[in-house]
Design a protein around this ligand. Sequence first.
Ligand code: NAD
Length: 431
Amino acid sequence: MASTSTTETEQSTEEPAEQESALQTARRQLRHAADHLDIDPNIVERLEHPKSVHEVTVPIERDDGSVDVFTGYRAQHDSVRGPHKGGLRFHPEVTRDECVGLGMWMTWKCAVMDLPFGGAKGGISVNPKELSDREKEQLTRRFTEELRDVIGPTVDIPAPDMGTDPQTMAWLMDAYSMQEGETIPGVVTGKPPVVGGSKGRDSAPGRSVAIIAREAIDYYEKDIRETSVAIQGYGSVGANAARLLDEWGANVVALSDVNGGIYDTNGLDTHSIPTHHEEPEAVMTHDAPETVSNDELLELDVDVLIPAAVGNVLTADNADAVQADLIVEGANGPTTSAASEIFAERDIPVIPDILANAGGVTVSYFEWLQDINRRAWSLERVNDELETEMLAAWHDVREELEERDVTWRDAAYIVALSRVAEAHDARGLWP
Ligand code: NAD
């Protein structure tokens, strides 16, 4: 029973709805940002395409002795500012085009944060839930071997994504290191701290969402202690953001997981509500005056809405009903293009994912620095440096927003694209 997928038009669960693929969206956003800038069209043309895409065949022996063959990809979009960086996902809907589109987004995410990395994304078209731990380890090791010539700490540094986790990254690091003949922790980030992972990596995307939400609240001249917040998704991103905002004085009034949400206008005690990782899908077990569906949560009358679960939840169908004054994207791609236009018309600011949840890749960068210097940082240092990086990026995007009178998303893409384009311009085309 071969599980190989060669379909290149399949849609990812995270790609924008309204019939646009991740790659189409990425290209449209690139051209849109380029329209605001005086960039050599040849550079834009080049950036519409990945630098390279590696497609590999990954056979493994199943526990019953049979052999299954899977297809893996690594799309490397751009490396003008440094090694490629981006996740590896194990998911049945992984396709070549999806990896190319998501790899392009990683280029912009790294550039908006001014990290010395370019973008990449990869994965295997497989349902990891159907694999035993032994099979998953074998798949990871064989995939690493197939990619060994095109990854490395100065070339391309994978990280966890959907269906992969710190253990997967530890196997990858081990497989790569064994073949290279030395321990090379910098080949991958998101590892367990015992093999060179960084403290604070897990909480970083949620922490950055909270920092950016706090800055945006301040920018729109609201007092965080008088700000109500609704958060969809109570996993790594949503729960870390919720608890920090709660600690900083915000009134977190609504939270949800895949089963639905709870709502208390007096504010929820986020620390007493089990997160997805503490106790999966337990939000609804918490006592609260009201329950809401995930759809209703998005339309609550709150100051700040943070979609932090899955993509494409804010669409043309519900954008008009959203009552929040500010949206901060915690998930990747929660707002479709059509919804973005409606929010722009309605003057509801949407702080984009590539800025708000970029704490993950930023602490991955810190992890890589720790690995190549063989020196671990304290959690306090990680969080302090993350704060500094987030504020710098926020400042750069805000300047662009004010100067050009564009949306936050456009401003973030303009910052990112100008950095990448300037680097291409400075380096020139070789040969
Ligand atoms: P997670 O698995 O830790 O938690 C996901 C949460 O969302 C859970 O509470 C789950 O019950 C809930 N959920 C799942 N499907 C839902 C649905 N249809 N409606 C409402 N809630 C639903 O995931 P995470 O790591 O927090 O990631 C959330 C989002 O943030 C994803 O879009 C992910 O790509 C993005 N993101 C994650 C990271 C990271 O490093 N964790 C970094 C950047 C972006």
